[in-house]
Design a protein around this ligand. Structure first.
Ligand code: HEM
Length: 151
Protein backbone atom coordinates (compact mmCIF):
# COMPACT_ATOMS: atom_id res chain seq x y z
CA UNK A 1 0.00 0.00 0.00
CA UNK A 2 1.38 3.41 -1.00
CA UNK A 3 3.27 5.15 1.79
CA UNK A 4 3.01 2.18 4.13
CA UNK A 5 5.44 -0.62 4.88
CA UNK A 6 4.25 -3.91 3.46
CA UNK A 7 3.31 -5.50 6.78
CA UNK A 8 1.38 -4.18 9.77
CA UNK A 9 4.29 -5.59 11.81
CA UNK A 10 6.72 -3.11 10.26
CA UNK A 11 4.16 -0.32 10.34
CA UNK A 12 3.57 -0.62 14.10
CA UNK A 13 7.33 -0.54 14.76
CA UNK A 14 8.19 -4.24 15.08
CA UNK A 15 8.56 -6.39 18.17
CA UNK A 16 9.58 -3.58 20.54
CA UNK A 17 6.38 -1.66 19.83
CA UNK A 18 4.32 -4.83 20.31
CA UNK A 19 6.07 -5.48 23.64
CA UNK A 20 5.17 -1.97 24.80
CA UNK A 21 1.59 -2.47 23.62
CA UNK A 22 1.30 -5.76 25.48
CA UNK A 23 2.91 -4.34 28.63
CA UNK A 24 0.61 -1.30 28.73
CA UNK A 25 -2.42 -3.48 28.03
CA UNK A 26 -1.66 -5.92 30.86
CA UNK A 27 -1.06 -3.06 33.29
CA UNK A 28 -4.62 -2.01 32.55
CA UNK A 29 -5.99 -5.55 32.75
CA UNK A 30 -4.45 -6.31 36.13
CA UNK A 31 -5.86 -3.07 37.56
CA UNK A 32 -9.34 -3.76 36.20
CA UNK A 33 -11.89 -5.31 38.53
CA UNK A 34 -13.81 -7.08 35.77
CA UNK A 35 -10.75 -8.60 34.07
CA UNK A 36 -8.21 -9.12 36.86
CA UNK A 37 -10.01 -12.24 38.18
CA UNK A 38 -9.94 -13.79 34.67
CA UNK A 39 -6.16 -13.33 34.65
CA UNK A 40 -5.64 -14.81 38.12
CA UNK A 41 -2.93 -17.12 36.71
CA UNK A 42 -1.09 -14.25 35.03
CA UNK A 43 2.70 -14.47 34.81
CA UNK A 44 4.98 -11.89 33.16
CA UNK A 45 5.72 -14.36 30.31
CA UNK A 46 2.21 -13.57 29.02
CA UNK A 47 3.40 -10.13 27.99
CA UNK A 48 6.15 -11.57 25.81
CA UNK A 49 3.96 -14.37 24.43
CA UNK A 50 1.24 -11.97 23.36
CA UNK A 51 3.84 -9.74 21.65
CA UNK A 52 5.30 -12.76 19.81
CA UNK A 53 1.81 -13.90 18.74
CA UNK A 54 0.91 -10.43 17.44
CA UNK A 55 4.22 -10.19 15.58
CA UNK A 56 3.33 -13.33 13.64
CA UNK A 57 -0.28 -12.31 12.98
CA UNK A 58 0.81 -8.91 11.67
CA UNK A 59 3.25 -10.39 9.16
CA UNK A 60 6.48 -10.50 11.21
CA UNK A 61 8.58 -13.49 12.33
CA UNK A 62 6.70 -16.76 12.90
CA UNK A 63 8.20 -17.46 16.32
CA UNK A 64 4.89 -18.29 17.97
CA UNK A 65 4.57 -21.19 15.54
CA UNK A 66 8.18 -22.34 15.72
CA UNK A 67 8.79 -21.85 19.47
CA UNK A 68 5.51 -21.50 21.35
CA UNK A 69 3.18 -24.18 20.00
CA UNK A 70 1.40 -22.24 17.28
CA UNK A 71 -2.27 -21.60 16.61
CA UNK A 72 -3.57 -24.65 18.46
CA UNK A 73 -1.74 -23.72 21.67
CA UNK A 74 -3.10 -20.19 21.45
CA UNK A 75 -6.66 -21.50 21.20
CA UNK A 76 -6.08 -23.98 24.03
CA UNK A 77 -4.85 -21.18 26.34
CA UNK A 78 -8.41 -19.82 26.34
CA UNK A 79 -10.31 -23.04 27.06
CA UNK A 80 -12.41 -22.96 30.20
CA UNK A 81 -12.11 -19.20 30.79
CA UNK A 82 -15.85 -18.68 30.08
CA UNK A 83 -15.29 -15.15 28.84
CA UNK A 84 -18.47 -13.06 28.90
CA UNK A 85 -19.37 -10.44 26.29
CA UNK A 86 -18.95 -7.78 28.96
CA UNK A 87 -15.40 -9.00 29.64
CA UNK A 88 -14.62 -9.16 25.93
CA UNK A 89 -15.78 -5.57 25.48
CA UNK A 90 -13.70 -4.41 28.44
CA UNK A 91 -10.69 -6.24 26.94
CA UNK A 92 -11.30 -4.30 23.70
CA UNK A 93 -11.60 -1.02 25.58
CA UNK A 94 -8.29 -1.51 27.40
CA UNK A 95 -6.55 -2.68 24.23
CA UNK A 96 -7.89 0.35 22.33
CA UNK A 97 -6.43 2.60 25.00
CA UNK A 98 -3.09 0.80 24.74
CA UNK A 99 -3.14 1.12 20.94
CA UNK A 100 -3.83 4.86 21.24
CA UNK A 101 -0.92 5.22 23.66
CA UNK A 102 1.72 2.97 22.07
CA UNK A 103 1.17 2.71 18.31
CA UNK A 104 1.97 5.29 15.64
CA UNK A 105 -0.66 7.94 14.94
CA UNK A 106 -1.78 6.35 11.71
CA UNK A 107 -5.53 6.08 11.46
CA UNK A 108 -5.67 3.20 8.98
CA UNK A 109 -3.02 1.25 10.86
CA UNK A 110 -4.86 1.63 14.16
CA UNK A 111 -8.16 0.71 12.56
CA UNK A 112 -6.75 -2.50 11.06
CA UNK A 113 -5.13 -3.48 14.37
CA UNK A 114 -8.37 -2.90 16.29
CA UNK A 115 -10.30 -4.87 13.66
CA UNK A 116 -7.97 -7.77 14.26
CA UNK A 117 -8.57 -7.57 18.02
CA UNK A 118 -12.33 -7.47 17.52
CA UNK A 119 -12.14 -10.58 15.32
CA UNK A 120 -9.69 -12.38 17.61
CA UNK A 121 -11.52 -11.67 20.87
CA UNK A 122 -14.72 -13.13 19.42
CA UNK A 123 -12.85 -16.35 18.66
CA UNK A 124 -11.23 -16.34 22.12
CA UNK A 125 -14.65 -15.94 23.69
CA UNK A 126 -16.15 -18.75 21.63
CA UNK A 127 -13.29 -21.14 22.48
CA UNK A 128 -13.41 -20.15 26.14
CA UNK A 129 -16.90 -21.65 26.51
CA UNK A 130 -15.46 -25.15 26.10
CA UNK A 131 -13.79 -26.84 29.10
CA UNK A 132 -10.05 -27.19 29.61
CA UNK A 133 -8.75 -30.19 27.67
CA UNK A 134 -11.29 -29.96 24.82
CA UNK A 135 -9.81 -31.10 21.50
CA UNK A 136 -9.69 -27.93 19.40
CA UNK A 137 -8.77 -29.93 16.30
CA UNK A 138 -6.37 -28.56 13.71
CA UNK A 139 -7.13 -24.85 13.41
CA UNK A 140 -4.64 -24.43 10.54
CA UNK A 141 -1.72 -21.99 10.53
CA UNK A 142 -1.62 -18.79 12.58
CA UNK A 143 -3.92 -16.26 10.92
CA UNK A 144 -2.26 -13.31 9.18
CA UNK A 145 -3.73 -9.85 9.24
CA UNK A 146 -2.69 -7.11 6.82
CA UNK A 147 -3.81 -3.86 5.25
CA UNK A 148 -6.84 -5.62 3.79
CA UNK A 149 -7.72 -7.47 7.00
CA UNK A 150 -7.56 -11.26 7.20
CA UNK A 151 -5.07 -12.54 4.60
C1 HEM B 1 -7.17 -11.12 19.80
C2 HEM B 1 -7.47 -11.50 21.04
C3 HEM B 1 -6.53 -12.25 21.95
C4 HEM B 1 -5.21 -12.57 21.79
C5 HEM B 1 -4.29 -12.24 20.62
C6 HEM B 1 -4.80 -13.30 22.98
C7 HEM B 1 -3.54 -13.81 23.17
C8 HEM B 1 -3.18 -14.66 24.21
C9 HEM B 1 -1.95 -15.38 24.32
C10 HEM B 1 -0.78 -15.29 23.33
C11 HEM B 1 -2.00 -16.11 25.44
C12 HEM B 1 -0.93 -17.07 25.97
C13 HEM B 1 -0.09 -16.39 26.99
C14 HEM B 1 1.01 -17.29 27.49
O1 HEM B 1 1.28 -18.32 26.88
O2 HEM B 1 1.62 -16.96 28.50
C15 HEM B 1 -3.27 -15.83 26.08
C16 HEM B 1 -3.68 -16.34 27.28
C17 HEM B 1 -4.77 -15.87 27.97
N1 HEM B 1 -5.75 -15.05 27.49
FE1 HEM B 1 -5.84 -14.27 25.66
N2 HEM B 1 -5.86 -13.37 23.85
C18 HEM B 1 -6.94 -12.74 23.27
C19 HEM B 1 -8.19 -12.58 23.83
C20 HEM B 1 -8.48 -12.78 25.15
C21 HEM B 1 -9.68 -12.35 25.84
C22 HEM B 1 -10.85 -11.59 25.19
C23 HEM B 1 -9.55 -12.73 27.15
C24 HEM B 1 -10.46 -12.51 28.33
C25 HEM B 1 -11.30 -11.51 28.46
C26 HEM B 1 -8.28 -13.44 27.26
C27 HEM B 1 -7.79 -14.02 28.42
C28 HEM B 1 -6.65 -14.78 28.49
C29 HEM B 1 -6.20 -15.45 29.70
C30 HEM B 1 -6.88 -15.41 31.06
C31 HEM B 1 -5.03 -16.13 29.37
C32 HEM B 1 -4.17 -16.95 30.30
C33 HEM B 1 -4.59 -18.36 30.33
C34 HEM B 1 -3.63 -19.07 31.23
O3 HEM B 1 -3.57 -18.74 32.41
O4 HEM B 1 -2.92 -19.93 30.72
N3 HEM B 1 -7.66 -13.45 26.03
N4 HEM B 1 -3.97 -14.96 25.29
Amino acid sequence: MTGHPESLYDAVGGIDALRRLSQTFYQGVLADELLAPVFAEFTPTHIEHVAVWLAEVFGGPDRFTTDLGGHQTLLRSHLGLRITEEQRLRWMELMSEAVAKELPEDELLRRRVIEYFDWGTKIAREVSADPVGTDVGDPGPTPRWGWEGLA
